[in-house]
Design a protein around this ligand. Sequence first.
Ligand code: UDX
Length: 437
Amino acid sequence: MRISVIGCGYLGAVHAACMAKLGHDVVGIDVDERKIAELSAARAPFYEPGLEALLEEVQETGRLTFTTDMAAAGGRDVHFICVGTPQKKGENGADLTFVDAATIGLLPYLAPGDVVVGKSTVPVGTAARLSSLVEARQPEAHLVWNPEFLREGHAVSDTLLPDRFVYGVADGSEEHPAVLVLDELYATPLSNGTPRLVTDLPTAELVKTAANSFLATKISFINAMAELCEAAGADVTRLADAIGMDDRIGRKFLQAGIGFGGGCLPKDIRAFMARAGELGADQALTFLREVDAINMRRRSRVVELTRELCGGGLLGKRITVLGAAFKPESDDVRDSPALSIAAQLQLQGAVVTVTDPKALSNASRRFPELQYEQDLDAATQNADAVLLLTEWQEYRELDPHVLKETVAIPRILDGRNVLDPAKWRSAGWQYRGLGRP
Ligand code: UDX
């Protein structure tokens, strides 16, 4: 099929490459010239495992091109809206400027039978509004909502083989003409067993925000348990293992630590609360305020624990922070808890050095006042305390005996509870986990 993908960020760039991999003829469109130049040269403008290899592979077939010119959407049958919906400045709601601009920019190029597919995460009600814009301009085109559930770091495999497809269509019916189009588009993953659900537009929009809210709640639940474990002298990692064995609960997303960050969960739960308020249903989501508060409390807790670990004062203490990205296998530092903790420590007088395998250039743009060091040995040299805040594999595998040679004082705070306390303590380290004795 001939398709256009509007917006070539984390979502759109991966989606465009994956659609080409599935055999479609794809043009990726974005207003950012630098991004388009990078993608046209088969270079990923951000770090995502497997993306660059995939870009090279599909560009050789000639099925994937990129441009800044919206007119390239003309003559194509399916148009994906993949632009960002960041948090509004100074407010909880989502900023829909880019979604509106992408849809309005596309209108002149729509032909009868075209399908506009919304993938961005939007407040419920947006799809119906955009649908009327599309219909007013091209009554024989359709707008559907097909939320994306990809995780950064696994974006390629999540797109090629998702857990499920949700098709939101105006009448919520299997007979809607766009259903056949999407089935054809996703024929390969569907034939590999990916289930699909057809819903109405608001349900499809809500599926995405509900899923992210549930994940955020699960993380904050275990972090609340970590607070309790600390007060009671219990171990939250064993508690999570034990409750996770109940398959109604499950162990996934029960990793207690410094909490969630990134470009999705924090802003999505806030936008959801804001939208519920507009709909007069704010009481239904007041619990998300607590989910958010528990999450933010993790960051201040780590600052306090670091102060304790350093003997009661942070002033002049040399602290090494391992990890700047909001999660491993990503260079994304949007709302990264690791960086926010590093900045807090620095504000309170510590001398902070941050290291990360991939995220340092993004981190230094976000927090230029921090000191960055790519080399792990150099970063940990003479440290008074080491904080593991993003669980990259190379940090999980650190040898406590080797690391002890470079630091000034062997103290480690394991902000993701991924190290073996016994191993570190027996190597002579003062070890602190979160919610662990
Ligand atoms: C999330 C959703 O998982 C995805 O389905 C949606 O499409 C976009 O938002 P992502 O932001 O890539 O994806 O990251 P995710 O893997 O969900 O992690 C989010 C944050 O939670 C990270 O900061 C991670 O470190 C943290 N986390 C995750 C925990 O603190 N504990 C856990 O048990 C799991």
